[in-house]
Design a protein around this ligand. Structure first.
Ligand SMILES: Nc1ncnc2c1ncn2[C@@H]1O[C@H](COP(=O)(O)OP(=O)(O)OP(=O)(O)O)[C@@H](O)[C@H]1O
Length: 238
């Protein structure tokens, strides 16, 4: 073993087997503006963490750092090896000229998921995207693309799902079907979730933990049961 390999081995800490992602002393600056500081957070198997707090507090930046699509200015992000993520962000972009059905099939193939044609059709019906399965994703409306983002965030049964404002652009009926689908795929199977939301009802329906972020700091963290005990309902928090 050469000197560099030995040093890397010493630096690499061993994650607890139950831990999917661990953030240590995370700080994020955009230019001179510090938007996250002193963030320490562990996401363990079965944790479904609702991320709440006022606008501009740093929720999306934090979820992007967890997802690995944004780098912190300093601090350490450790991930379990071979962790499969499902990610939905408002600004998800797809290659120009790819159709809805081709994109879904690409995911199924990439993750070696066997799905019967009838199941696929039922899934597209639930997500109300069946009618435009042969259209280019880039030509669809924001709400239609949002439904595709969510579907693609869940279709490969990821270990950790990261959703940012999942309900935006969905009408009430589709929203409730999609929340049911998340319950089926994430809650019942004890997968992990990071859910950035302004809707306390989503925290109550989908999460077992929460963090409250204000001005780039985690000001409060705990279990959803604790909030309910303390405030009578999740809706009375904040
Ligand atoms: N790419 C960027 N470049 C510069 N500043 C940014 C960038 N992204 C976010 N910010 C700023 O960082 C701060 C935190 O933004 P962020 O979107 O993470 O907060 P948020 O809690 O998710 O807000 P919201 O609830 O409004 O979505 C805000 O002041 C925002 O203007």
């Amino acid at each position: 073993m050469n000197k560099i390999e030995k040093k890397n081995q010493e630096v690499k800490s061993v994650l607890d087997p139950k831990t999917l992602i661990k953030l240590t002393d995370i700080k994020k600056q955009y230019g001179k503006k510090v938007v996250l500081h002193d963030i320490n957070l562990e996401i363990n198997e079965g944790d479904r963490i609702g991320v709440i707090g006022p606008n501009g507090g740093g929720k999306s930046t934090l979820s992007e750092i967890i997802a690995g699509i944004r780098q912190p200015t300093s601090g350490k992000v450790e991930k379990r090896d071979n962790l499969v993520l499902g990610i939905q962000f408002q600004e998800s972009k797809y290659p120009l000229g790819i159709t809805v059905i081709d994109m879904i099939k690409y995911y199924l193939e990439t993750f070696s998921i066997q799905m019967k044609e009838s199941e696929l059709i039922e899934l597209m019906r639930i997500y109300q995207i069946l009618g435009f399965k042969n259209k280019f994703i880039s030509s669809l409306s924001g709400g239609q693309q949002q439904r595709i983002n969510i579907l693609l965030g869940l279709i490969h049964n990821p270990d950790l799902v990261i959703f940012d404002e999942v309900s935006t652009g969905l009408d009430i009926e589709v929203r409730s079907q999609i929340l049911d689908f998340i319950k089926e795929r994430v809650v019942k199977t004890n997968k992990s979730l990071v859910l950035v939301t302004h809707m306390m009802s989503e925290i109550e329906e989908l999460c077992n933990k929460f963090i409250y972020i204000h001005r780039g700091e985690i000001r409060e963290a705990g279990t959803v049961d604790e909030i309910v005990k303390k405030y009578g309902s999740v809706h009375n928090y904040t």
